[in-house]
Design a protein around this ligand. Structure first.
Ligand code: SAM
Length: 221
């Protein structure tokens, strides 16, 4: 089985548990804080969401966009997203964000939350740039355990592993999530890929010092 088929099957197998487990892994307020930051981007035009999961951010995107194509590698995730988000301006389709079926320059905004570390990041970023219109904007929410140090980083990593194993009760494919990027690594990859970074901000559920930091990064094609 290919790596992407193994990921597809894993995410489909855990889709019904995802929302509960991810909040235990990354802190209960984290995704709400990211969605609040997204709402401050204002109007977005034509948007593609990559790795939309259960549609947590799709609900917000449909309010801000002219059109949204919500995509994911996993049909099981997409099924839940489709059931959760009813809006006239959204469509759903299976796509691998490293190699999509979209023509060049299709979108004003590409949005990807908590997805890059499951991909080959340089390849995924090149694909994101390809499908963005000139001047279009990439919005990324990047999980960054490397922004913590010492015991906090260890606690964060153990929490994510433990909550994942006990919550999903399914063995993850080998190397799942191995490509976590620090803020520096992400910004360097974006620059090398021809993006101009316009913002990078830290978001974190402060209820525990070991909750994972998220970088909210905006970059222009
Ligand atoms: C941690 S979840 C994030 C879901 C959603 N963005 C959120 O933050 O609630 C990761 C999602 O990325 C999807 N995914 C993993 N690799 C992918 C790929 N190569 N292309 C598209 N989606 C992918 C998974 O199926 C899963 O739904």
């Amino acid at each position: 089985m290919t790596e992407s088929a193994a990921q597809r099957d894993f995410w489909t197998g855990v889709a019904r548990e995802y929302d509960r487990v991810v909040d235990l892994q990354i802190g209960p307020a984290t995704r709400g804080l990211i969605r609040e930051r997204l709402s401050r981007e204002g109007r977005l035009g034509d948007v593609v969401e990559l790795g939309c999961g259960t549609g947590f951010y799709t609900r917000a995107l449909v309010q801000q966009a002219d059109s949204v194509v919500a995509t994911d590698l996993s049909p099981g995730m997409l099924e839940l997203a489709r059931a959760a988000v009813a809006a006239p301006n959204v469509t759903f389709q299976v796509e691998n964000c490293e190699s999509t079926s979209f023509p060049d320059a299709s979108f004003d905004v590409v949005f990807a939350a908590l997805v890059l570390h499951f991909t080959e990041p340089a390849r995924a970023l090149a694909e994101m740039r390809r499908i963005l219109r000139p001047g279009g904007v990439l919005l990324v929410a990047n999980l960054d355990p490397k922004a913590l140090s010492g015991l906090d980083r260890l606690r964060c990593q153990v929490r994510i592993l433990w909550r994942g194993l006990t919550g999903y009760r399914r063995r993850p494919p080998p190397g799942l999530g191995r490509n976590v990027l620090s803020e520096r690594e992400l910004l360097d990859l974006l620059a090398a890929g021809g993006f101009k970074v316009t913002a990078s901000e830290a978001i974190r559920d402060a209820s525990r010092s070991s909750h994972i930091p998220i970088e909210w990064v905006s970059a222009r094609r």
